[in-house]
Design a protein around this ligand. Structure first.
Ligand code: SAM
Ligand code: SF4
Length: 511
């Protein structure tokens, strides 16, 4: 059990809203009151590229820098790529480079996960979100630990997910103590797999929750949190203020923007950035993302492990997702992802099932590294509904676009020569934070994880796959093993030993 004795307690929603933010834990990361999101610099970069064609030589120089160093670009360099994205020939070069960067860092793997919504009670009033307080169209609930286990029976036991992103509203009823208990429950709940009866369970719990103080983050670290993901929504302070009422906890822009600095101080060293695209000019958001990554690198030598690209989706009781003047189309969305891939080359790129199957498939060629499938975002949706694809607007935050199952997705990816990775070895072997940053930038992680991807893929095919998917998967494994033999001839016998043990039914073997 986690030691929660140092976590502050609140008497209710009003007390929480008034007292949750710890001012000193903002101020120490904004020395001299200067914010690392430099609005003037962002505006200068945008003005600089306005109406001007990009210089092809400069664009190629920036692409080459991204590919060879895999270091975060400067905002001014990202701005040049933004200008170039308007030129079809240069954009084609950027796209090809984005895929090369992805392959050099992550090889041909795609990591899969599923969202698991724990609660929809919220003290905040975000104008675009179905969970905001005061939205009477939403049916509210917080999963009990028994209900959570029922959800895990489906997610881990029937579908076969090993990785989840646990999602929480912001409310005293889902305090850090509750979040820690849900993480512990996820790790400890093992169920028999349908094809083999092997004991299976969730091996990595990533969390998407509100920004927390340092002491609370230390508690989440102690129970083995994976990535801590917080979406900034918009980096534009003025628009942020319009979407997040000043009376709410989330209305505090500086508390949110400094949350990853607190994570890294607390030792939660895997952090996931995101912007809710559609609230502001996408160019502003991307330039600010780069500034945010560079400031974290400056303080801690660690940047974002992942970047997420949620787009505004229809939600209950709000018209913002339909009426925002900043909504983006599919072509712009593709540009954003490609520019992000080149601007923060080492970061994983997550494209969620908010997107349509067509949009996600296109981005498989644009540098995406993680996706969710068999997703249901209703609270207790996995165990209550006959199929994960079933959606009910008044029980979920927004509506999903891609309802493909994990089995379908594995088969689809295999047909493209892409291996689905269920590997979760990294954080369990201490390959997180600065260590993973290094491994990613040098390309070591991509190779290392290939072996673990093959082992976990074999497990999954045996435990969960339909016959059709198993056939497609086994063909891919053959070529992956041949690749490993060629690449690591001396190490190959050790790999085969683990592989054969996995085929015999041993589980959770990794390097
Ligand atoms: N409550 C926490 C917070 O806001 O940080 C974490 C969970 S919140 C349920 C997760 C994310 O959902 C938000 O950060 C926001 O980006 C996204 N979201 C909210 N409303 C959305 C909508 N209408 N369409 C797409 N994404 C939305
Ligand atoms: Fe609450 Fe998060 Fe929704 Fe805002 S986005 S209303 S904080 S759940």
């Amino acid at each position: 059990m986690a030691d929660v004795s140092r976590i502050r307690k609140f008497s209710g929603a009003a007390d929480y809203t008034a007292n949750f933010v710890v001012k000193d834990e903002i101020d120490r990361f904004l020395p001299g009151g200067r914010h690392f999101i430099d609005e003037k610099e962002i505006e200068r970069c945008i003005a600089e590229i306005a109406g001007k064609p990009a210089d092809p030589a400069l664009v190629r120089e920036i692409i080459a820098k991204s590919e060879s160093t895999r270091e975060t670009l400067k905002p001014s360099e990202t701005a040049v790529l933004m200008a170039a994205a308007g030129d079809p020939a240069l954009f084609a070069e950027m796209k090809a480079a984005a895929l090369r960067v992805k392959k050099s860092v992550y090889d041909n793997r795609i990591v899969v996960f599923a969202p698991l919504y724990m609660s929809n009670l919220c003290v905040n009033g975000c104008r675009y979100c179905g969970f905001r307080s005061g939205n009477s169209e939403q049916k509210r609930r917080v999963l009990t630990m028994d209900e959570l286990r029922e959800e895990l029976d489906i997610l881990a036991g029937r579908i076969g997910h090993k990785r989840i992103i646990a999602v929480y509203g912001e409310h005293p009823s889902t305090s850090t103590e509750y979040i820690a208990e849900t993480i512990e429950t996820c790790y400890s709940h093992l169920v028999p797999a349908p094809n083999t009866g092997a004991k299976v369970g969730i091996r990595r719990v990533n969390v998407n929750a509100a920004p927390l103080p340092v002491e609370d983050l230390k508690v989440l670290r102690s129970v083995g949190i994976g990535t801590f993901q917080v979406f900034q929504e918009t980096y534009n302070r003025r628009l942020y203020g319009q979407m997040h009422p000043a009376w709410s906890v989330k209305g505090n822009y500086d508390w949110r923007t400094t949350c990853f600095h607190r994570c890294l101080e607390a030792g939660v060293d895997d952090v996931g950035f995101g912007v809710l695209y559609g609230l502001c000019d996408w160019r502003y958001e991307l330039l600010a993302t780069v500034m945010h990554a560079r400031d974290l690198e400056r303080w801690f030598n660690i940047g974002p492990h992942t970047l997420s690209f949620p787009r505004l989706e229809p939600a209950s009781g709000t018209k913002v997702p339909e009426e925002s003047p900043w909504l983006i189309d599919d072509a712009t969305f593709e540009k954003i992802v490609i520019i992000a891939r080149l601007s923060v080359p080492y970061a994983g790129i997550i494209i969620t099932a908010r997107e349509s199957p067509e949009s996600r498939d296109k981005l498989l060629d644009g540098g995406m590294t993680q996706l969710d499938c068999s997703s249901n975002i209703a609270i207790k949706g996995y165990s209550d509904f006959e199929s994960e694809a079933h959606q009910e607007k008044d029980r979920q935050q927004f509506m999903l676009g891609d309802s493909r199952s994990l089995d379908e997705m594995v088969r689809h990816l295999a047909s493209r020569g892409t291996i689905t990775s269920f590997c979760t070895a990294g954080y369990r072997c201490g390959r997180t934070g600065g260590c993973i940053m290094d491994a990613l930038k040098t390309g070591r992680e991509g190779k290392f994880c290939k072996i673990n991807a093959v082992l976990t893929f074999r497990e999954w095919l045996d435990d969960f796959a339909s016959d059709e998917t198993k056939t497609a998967g086994e063909k891919l494994i053959e070529s992956e093993l041949a690749g490993i033999r060629e690449w690591l001839p001396k190490f190959y016998p050790a790999v085969m030993k683990q592989y054969e043990a996995t085929c015999r039914g041993e589980r959770d073997l990794f390097f």
